[in-house]
Design a protein around this ligand. Sequence first.
Ligand SMILES: [Fe+2]
Length: 270
Amino acid sequence: MTLRPVCVAQLNAPAALRGNLFRDTNAGARCAPKPARKPLPCRIVSVAIEMINTQKNIERNLMSDIAIVEKQSVLHVLPLLPYPENALDPVISPRTMSFHYGKHHKGYVDTLNKLVDGTEFTGLALAELIVATAGKPDHAAIFNNAAQAWNHAFYWQSLRPDGGGEPPSALKQKIEKAFGSVDACKSELTKAATTQFGSGWAWLVLDGGGLKVMKSGNAGTPLTKGLKPLLAIDVWEHAYYLDYQNRRIDHVKAVLDRLINWDFAAANLG
Ligand SMILES: [Fe+2]
């Protein structure tokens, strides 16, 4: 079989992603053979590779995204929280954490496993699934659940007990270059989070060499736009309604002042 890489990023891709991108058989014992797919745009591939590596970092802190449950079958698993469910109280109550993590996040993972079972998508990591199904109406359900599973694993890492404060110096310099000050960056994130109509996310992302803030609706993620996520703030109502009801802005400001994990964002700069 002839391998046909389409860009340098693919040549440097982890084995799992290389297999997805330009191998059509012999995917190994972990998953079933996959049909050949149309090569993806290089920039999206590059970001996907980086975020798979980020995902591996998350996996080291939490646990593996996928687990081999039988010789020819794999399942996505709910990653462990990086802190106890009561660790973010009182900004986020244990009750909210219990529903958000134990019902919503778990629900995305469980639903995804049902959706991909027996399909060509079995065995792909979350970031691979997101890139492979984005913008494809026939696979919208897989995209939504894969993206929500990935977004939530990333979101838990974006928070920490006793967060907020000053970012590490390298990140702070980038923030000041892009926004003028850390407070201005927080204001941009607050604006994105509170103007997102309906469910969605606010993000601090790396766009080329610079930082910017963006928002996404529903399961939207910067991974599909060639942007590298640094931080995520969940603004679905399930993230705050038990504690703040309709006061989304109070929740977002409290998260930014007391929980946001600047160290995680700095680590994601790479
Ligand atoms: Fe959520």
